[in-house]
Design a protein around this ligand. Structure first.
Ligand code: FES
Length: 146
């Protein structure tokens, strides 16, 4: 058995970012039931501009979508825990506000990205622009489906 293939992080160039569109489209991410109250999970958005990894959480019945990598040392936020005021990274306990992405407990000092979420017909949809996908493209490739 081989480990899942990982994708190197290659930041988008200034030219690529400047050319990327900023029109937001809502993309289906998962069923609402896949994000139970008090949990955060990793999902992959499949967009016409490419694949994007997200952390999707639910607190007080409301779903939130953020980037999946802590701005301190890149740990997965989908491996973290939710608390009243945000999402706590499991590596060194930074806490980020789920609504704004701002760090509310160190050591992280930079915000994570947050994305608008809609729930319709039992589905969770996240608003993403082409620029979001170019900037936050795949960090770890989605495992092949069995
Ligand atoms: S990597 Fe998240 S707090 Fe250090």
């Amino acid at each position: 058995m081989t480990a899942p293939e990982e994708t190197a992080v290659v930041p988008a160039s200034d030219e690529e970012l400047a050319a990327a569109g900023t029109e937001c489209a809502f993309v289906r991410i998962c069923r609402a039931g896949q994000v139970p109250e008090g949990y955060v999970r990793r999902f992959y958005a499949e967009t016409e501009h490419g694949q994007m990894e997200l952390a999707v959480a639910r607190v007080d019945g409301k779903a939130y979508a953020t980037s999946n990598y802590c701005t301190h040392l890149d740990c997965l936020l989908s491996s973290g825990k939710l608390q009243d005021d945000g999402i706590r990274c499991s590596c060194h306990n930074s806490v980020f506000d789920l609504q704004t992405g701002e760090p509310i407990q160190p050591p992280a000092t930079e915000p994570i990205r947050t994305y608008p979420v809609r729930e319709e017909d039992g589905q969770v949809l996240v608003g993403l622009t082409e620029r979001d996908v170019v900037e936050g493209g795949p960090r770890r490739r989605k495992p092949p489906s069995m």
